[in-house]
Design a binder for this molecule. Structure first.
Ligand code: SF4
Ligand code: SF4
Length: 193
């Protein structure tokens, strides 16, 4: 593994460790709020995946040898990792020596409901041309609704943005992905003292 990949692996491990700790510290009401925000997001992603299957995506993507994943990056966002933590599961281990750290021997290691937004919402031309116009329209309708679900995380958590989490944790410069640092006038979670 290159030095750069090893460094990212180590930063990722520290970031997940901190997120797991912060999640455990959240008050029950905030965990319930995360569950409320997550449920429709996961359902919409599963619906998008059904349309992907309808286009025979698994076969077409295997024949294409996962070309877009081979150009992928670390797109995982906060809601994707919280979907694991809510079920008391550890997120899969990334492999930063791969182009995308989540690309396993059988394709993406994340199930559809927990896949990054950029990935689940991508319909390449090869797949789009296999769907009826009504299904394509439905795909983009679901995509718009999904963006709204992600935006709810953006509005509520410092690390809720739609770019990859390594980038976001670097921007936050050591601050929590979940807790706000200084007093806010609303009910968002505050850093425990
Ligand atoms: S989504 Fe399209 S470009 Fe990506 S692997 Fe599948 S067929 Fe290939
Ligand atoms: S997260 Fe999964 S779907 Fe997205 S680029 Fe990586 S392997 Fe492909």
């Amino acid at each position: 593994m290159s030095e750069d990949a090893a460094e990212r692996q180590s930063r990722w491990r520290r970031m997940v460790h901190r997120l797991e700790r912060d999640y455990r510290c959240l008050p029950p009401a905030e965990k319930a709020r995360i569950a409320e925000l997550s449920a429709p997001l996961v359902r919409l992603q599963q619906s998008l995946d059904r349309l992907f299957s309808k286009a025979d995506g698994a076969r077409i993507c295997a024949a294409c040898r996962g070309a877009c994943c081979a150009k992928g990056h670390n797109h995982a966002c906060l809601p994707n990792l919280l979907a694991y933590l809510q079920q008391q599961q550890a997120p899969p281990q990334p492999d930063f020596s791969q182009t995308c750290p989540w690309l396993g021997p059988q394709g993406c290691v994340h199930e559809a409901g927990r896949r990054p937004y950029n990935c689940i919402s991508f319909l390449c031309d090869k797949l789009e041309e296999r769907l009826a116009a009504a299904d394509v329209a439905e795909f983009y309708r679901l995509d718009r609704a999904l963006r709204t679900c992600y935006q709810a995380f953006v509005a509520r958590y410092p690390g809720g943005g739609m770019t990859g989490l390594l980038l976001q944790s670097a921007r936050l410069d050591g601050r929590s992905l979940l807790f706000f640092h200084s007093a806010t006038t609303d009910d968002r979670a505050q850093e425990p003292v």
